[in-house]
Design a binder for this molecule. Structure first.
Ligand code: F0G
Length: 463
């Protein structure tokens, strides 16, 4: 059978309401052209993020009722710890309220001025948590990641030669190497087991610990199973475990592959580092057996970590994303290829070639998808990752992407057909799409709260 069916039936529904284009224009003007400033009722299909926006299963809701809200020594923590240990093999499990809190703790301990932390590509919160402490965040994506349209199966990989150069020249100042699976900022592309083995070998040679940013570890395992020679016969759980076995620890946002609405953790092997982290945890997150979460959240994550490795679930999840990506590509729409693990990434530079990078084509395209069909997506380009350097020059991001992140178990196949229709409608009238400029910008993580205005229409521009 070719029809993709969701491997679940729906027990609880939440209405979504269509709006008119005139309404959306008004709402967007009030939001100062920042999609993060829209209200939920103003969005029809919300693909802003796959983080914390998934649907929980009946088993998770049942587990929530068992939540033990004891301050210290809650049995919910035991269940959470057992699930994390089972999945990762890491002995020490430190709960946090979400992924960035785990990053804040880890880099509070290991970062600081004069330090450098390499990653395949740092996610924006990871980079911010490193930089806020005075350390340097280095992105070392593999060369293949530069071409969004080639068939390379593992564009999430780290550039091993570049890592070796960094470790050789600055090894003493590198407190750990991170690898993000899947590589979110690089298009949701997977990291191969072979690549991680290469990273491990270099870490061993220079005696530097290796941590995974494991937010999407199950999706990465599924793509490895599909694409890496020798992995096809293995279960996603076994493949995921091979990744964790190569690492010394991980940070995790349970809002992604924890299938929960909130939560995260650090898990690691080193008992002394774990002890230090727990001491800091009490100051900002809470006692080590809840770390900023309610007992019921710990329960939801414990169940989610097991459900996310179900091959039926992972097969449907990837099939549904691949479906959108393949159809867009067949229609000539520039979309990152091959399909990544959690999202559809449009290549806004090729979609809107008449716009200069300084007119933020990614932001312009995201606004257009909203105006056309009430779809909220997210720019991952120069608004999020671009910089103005010391000399006041604009440094663009590597790519100008629009990410349509698919929440887990939330939208159905007909929603995906609607998304396709909206993207294709904007593609048909792409020449008329105008750029934007930033009118107000906070100092860090500017994409969340920046305000924009339209750039003036150029004389002779096609409409
Ligand atoms: N690392 C990666 C790779 C992420 O994608 C995220 C979050 C984090 C860390 C931080 O986790 O949100 O729980 O604090 N990504 C979300 C996104 C926000 O939309 O991609 P968090």
């Amino acid at each position: 059978m070719h029809t993709i069916i969701e491997p679940f039936r729906i027990k609880s529904v939440e209405p979504i309401r269509p709006s008119t284009r005139t309404e959306r224009e008004l709402w967007l003007a009030r939001a100062k052209l920042n999609l993060f400033s829209l209200h939920t009722a103003e969005v029809l299909i919300d693909l802003l993020t796959d983080s914390g926006t998934g649907a929980m299963s009946s088993e998770q809701w049942a587990a929530i009722m068992r939540g033990d809200e004891t301050y210290a020594g809650a049995v919910s923590f035991d269940r959470f710890q057992a699930a994390v240990r089972e999945t990762t093999g890491f002995e020490h499990v430190i709960p946090t309220h979400q992924g960035r809190a785990a990053e804040h703790l880890l880099f509070g301990l290991l970062g600081g001025p004069g330090r450098m932390i390499p990653n395949n590509t740092h996610f924006d919160t990871t980079r911010a948590n490193i930089e806020i402490g005075g350390a340097c965040a280095a992105d070392l994506p593999c060369r293949e990641s530069a071409d969004l349209h080639s068939d390379e199966p593992f564009k999430g990989n780290m550039d091993l030669e570049a890592l070796e150069r960094v470790l050789h020249s600055a090894g003493k100042s590198v407190p750990l190497v991170m690898v993000t699976i899947t590589n979110n900022a690089g298009g949701g592309q997977p990291v191969s087991l072979a690549n991680l083995r290469g990273v491990r070998a270099l870490c061993d040679r220079y005696a530097v610990p290796l941590f995974l940013d494991a937010c999407r570890f199950a999706e990465n395992a599924w793509l490895v199973r599909a694409r890496e020679p020798g992995q096809h016969g293995r279960t996603p759980a076994a493949i995921a475990r091979s990744f964790f076995d190569l690492a010394d620890g991980c940070t995790m946002s349970a809002k992604k592959d924890g299938l929960a609405n909130i939560g995260g953790f650090i898990a690691l092997r080193d008992p002394e580092m774990a002890d230090e982290l727990r001491t800091r945890l009490v100051v900002t997150e809470g006692f080590p057996t809840y770390g900023g979460l309610a007992g019921r959240d710990l329960e939801a994550i414990a169940v989610g970590l097991r459900e996310v490795l179900d091959p039926d679930y992972l097969e449907y999840r990837h099939a549904s994303i691949r479906y959108v990506v393949e159809r867009l590509r067949a229609a000539g729409v520039p979309v990152a290829w091959p399909a990544g693990g959690h999202a559809v990434f449009l290549d806004a530079r090729r979609f809107l070639p008449h716009l200069d990078v300084q007119e933020f084509p990614g932001q312009a395209l995201a606004l257009e998808l909203y105006l056309e069909g009430g779809i909220r997506s997210c720019e991952i380009g120069s608004v999020m990752l671009g910089r103005t350097n010391g000399a006041g020059e604009f440094e663009p991001a590597q790519h100008e992407l629009v990410r349509l992140a698919i929440p887990r178990r939330t939208y159905t196949q007909s929603h995906m057909d609607y998304v396709l229709e909206v993207i294709q409608a904007v593609w048909q009238r792409r020449e008329g799409v105008r750029g934007v400029r930033i009118s107000k910008s906070p100092k860090v993580l500017r994409h969340f709260r920046a305000e924009f205005e339209r750039t003036p229409e150029r004389a002779g521009a096609a409409r």
